[in-house]
Write a protein that binds this ligand. Structure first.
Ligand code: CP
Length: 320
């Protein structure tokens, strides 16, 4: 595996889930694989879970780990091609990427969407440069349009908690004060479409996800109807993806607090588990009552971030 961006990069999904189960049960079994290998993780944006889970996974695999916060202590990086570099940006990614990659064996990159230019974001302009110019295996640690390590961890969690062979999983938009990227819902949708689940997306008008990710998922604009009989409720905010309203790409279109997942929403489900990638805004996305309930599995979901990224890194190490 040379890149981890999409569910397809994992290969056979059933085998990928079995590999994750093995990693979870035997976290230190592959320490020899990572000996004298270095993992570099590069952050253009903030992180708690990704930062720690990726380091933990690398250490479990016996790797050395380096972390670079691009905006703290490094030269300010230019990401656009063909520009006259007369601004405050001292170094171009074209040089920085091969330099960084000369110091490591695998590189992980967090680089959020700018939410100003849909074409720029959906071309994965920053991540793609790491793939094109680095020469090392690349893991998206949430890039402009995808968060595959999160979606893999989400699926691992659903597999662990499901009580039916084919559970009903509902991705529900929820309100947030700021414009957020579509990376988490995009990847969640892509992975659920590939998994053995009945998948429903519910969102206000204008929030339709890119068809490349939404695929054949059932879309239901009536949130309560969508939630009926659900086994898992995955709440997430995202900004306008610009599919049905191109001029509104990256904007907040709705602040209706009626979409906040509360006890009344959970009451129409089949005693569903509540999921969210975290960090979560309490009483915006989800009520205290729901996230603090025994049906909330946000903590084991976050813990599985180590398992998902370790499974991916192991596969990359085996192919170096
Ligand atoms: N879910 C997730 O990626 O969390 P962080 O932004 O804290 O890494």
């Amino acid at each position: 595996m040379r890149q981890f961006i999409s569910v397809e990069d994992l290969g056979d999904l059933r085998q990928g889930l079995q590999a994750a189960k093995y990693v979870k049960e035997h976290p230190f079994a592959d320490q020899a694989l990572g000996r004298n290998r270095t993992m570099l993780i590069v952050f253009f944006n903030n992180s708690l879970r990704t930062r720690l889970s990726t380091q933990k996974a690398a250490l479990n695999l016996g790797m050395n780990v380096m972390v670079l916060d691009v905006n703290q202590g490094a030269w300010k990086l230019e990401t656009e091609l063909g520009v006259v570099m007369d601004s405050d940006k001292s170094e171009h990614l074209r040089e920085a990427i091969p330099v960084m990659c000369s110091y490591c064996d695998i590189i992980g990159v967090r680089s959020f969407a700018g939410l100003a230019d849909r074409d720029y974001d959906y071309a994965e302009t920053v991540l793609q440069q790491f793939i094109d110019y680095g020469g090392k295996p690349v893991i998206s640690l949430e890039s402009a349009t995808v968060h595959p390590c999160q979606a893999f961890a989400d699926l691992i969690t659903i597999e662990e908690y499901k009580t039916r062979t084919r559970p009903k999983v509902v991705l529900s938009w929820a309100p947030h004060p700021r414009a957020l990227p579509q990376a988490v819902p995009n990847s969640f949708a892509q992975w659920m479409n590939a998994a053995d689940v009945d998948f429903v997306i519910t969102q206000p008008e204008g929030y339709e996800l890119d068809p490349r990710f939404a695929g054949n998922a059932q879309v239901e604009y009536d949130q309560m109807k969508a939630l009926e009989g659900a086994d898992f409720v995955y709440a997430k905010n995202w900004s306008c993806p610009g599919v049905t309203r191109p001029k509104d790409y990256g904007k907040v279109l709705c602040k209706d607090m009626g979409w906040t997942i509360d006890a009344a929403h959970m009451a129409v489900t089949d005693n569903a588990y509540f999921m969210h990638c975290l960090p979560v805004r309490r009483n915006m996305i989800v009520s205290d009552e729901v996230i603090d309930s025994e049906r909330s599995i946000v903590i084991p979901e976050a813990a599985n971030r180590v398992v998902s990224v370790q499974t991916v890194m192991k596969k990359m190490l085996e192919n170096l």
